[in-house]
Design a protein around this ligand. Structure first.
Ligand code: FES
Length: 359
């Protein structure tokens, strides 16, 4: 034992240090036993509430709680009705305002009804006396489990969860009704039409002219010089009334002209190009970024997202990177006025893989 530098005494036994302080602050890492502990003042006397004293007030509180839970049910129903009654119409900002207003009001009522009802239930009807909960180990011993059951049963008896059937059933109704707006809203995220068919078809079909992106002006074969690359959309895309972006995301194409002696065409695709002009989907087969970089000397297309590289001279096959398939080719020709037109839609789905894709 030795005197401390600040007047305290300390002892050391088998590596454990214990200090005794009268009122000075302890140093870190030392167990402290205070000499001036404050005595436990105990509980304040319980103050009975009006619902404890008057059975009529108790019944009134019970009705209020149930009313709040019913209000929550009404709010959830209102949210679903509002979602259907005030649909969002493209190009009408007022429809978005009405939809958000009533949907928000419904969900707010649904959540507030449960929250306020539960708080009022606990404040007005559940027992209000204070309890001491002794701390104990968290081992799952038999005693602990028995105690947990005891506490649960006491809570059940005090809250009246099984006894007050009206409150309990309206709470269950409110809890069941609250997620219903979420189900309705999330269900609507799925496309109304068959998504597999939507992924397999684009706007391209026989006779649709190839047009510049974004101006929409059609392209003549004579305008496509060797080394140039055109970003292409189907003519008429900008006049679409709805789903313009979705259609563009599938139909975007890159158009290039290669010297005929550089183009290696398979027999079954000999007629898909026009005088060295070829058109390939611009949507990367890895995860769908736009393949926008054309290297005119090598005739390679580069996807900037993860550096997949496609060889235009060889049916856009993958020569580097994580893409698993070549870019789909759009069969093209020219019409009687010399404008480039599609012969048909793509022969395979564009973009990344999806579960129902055959290949
Ligand atoms: S999206 Fe093109 S390489 Fe990843």
């Amino acid at each position: 034992m030795a005197d401390g530098h600040d007047g305290t005494t300390s002892g050391e036994t088998a590596g454990t240090v214990v200090e005794s302080h009268a009122s000075t602050a302890p140093s870190s890492g030392v167990a402290v036993e205070r000499a001036d502990r404050i005595a436990n003042p105990g509980f304040r006397p319980e103050r009975l509430r009006v619902t404890d004293l008057d059975p009529a007030k108790e019944r009134q509180a019970e009705r209020t709680v149930s009313g709040l839970f019913l209000l929550s049910v009404a709010g959830s129903v209102l949210a679903v009705v509002a979602y259907v009654a005030f649909p969002i119409v493209e190009g009408e900002p007022n429809s978005i305002r009405l939809n958000n207003l009533f949907l928000g009001l419904g969900i707010t009522l649904g959540l507030l009804g449960i929250g306020i009802g539960a708080v009022h239930w606990s404040k007005a009807l559940m027992h209000g006396h204070e309890l001491v909960e002794e701390r104990h180990g968290t081992r799952g011993s038999d005693d602990t489990r028995a105690k947990a059951i005891e506490v649960f049963q006491a809570g059940n008896a005090e809250s009246g969860f099984t006894r007050r059937r009206l409150v309990r059933n309206t709470l269950i109704g409110a809890l069941v009704a609250t997620p219903i707006p979420a189900i309705a809203i999330f269900r609507d995220l799925a496309p109304a039409e068959d998504p597999v068919a939507l992924l397999k078809q684009t706007m391209w079909k026989e006779g649709v002219r190839l047009a510049r992106d974004p101006s929409g002006t059609p392209i003549k074969a004579s305008e496509v010089t060797i080394g140039s690359a055109f970003h292409v959309i189907p003519e008429g895309l900008s006049e679409l009334e709805s789903h313009k972006l979705e259609e563009k995301a599938k139909a975007a194409v890159l158009l290039m002209r290669l010297p005929l002696d550089r183009l290696n065409e398979r027999d079954d695709r000999k007629g898909w190009s026009y005088d060295g002009i070829v058109a390939y989907s611009k949507i990367c087969t890895h995860v769908g970024c736009p393949v926008a970089l054309y290297e005119q000397q090598t005739h390679h297309l580069l996807c900037p997202c993860h550096q997949s590289e496609f060889d235009v001279a060889n049916h856009a096959e993958v020569i580097f990177g994580p893409a698993a398939r070549p870019l789909p080719q759009l069969p093209i020709t020219v019409d009687e006025e010399g404008y480039l037109v599609a012969q048909s839609d793509f022969a395979e789905p564009v973009g990344p893989s999806f579960w129902e894709r055959a290949l």
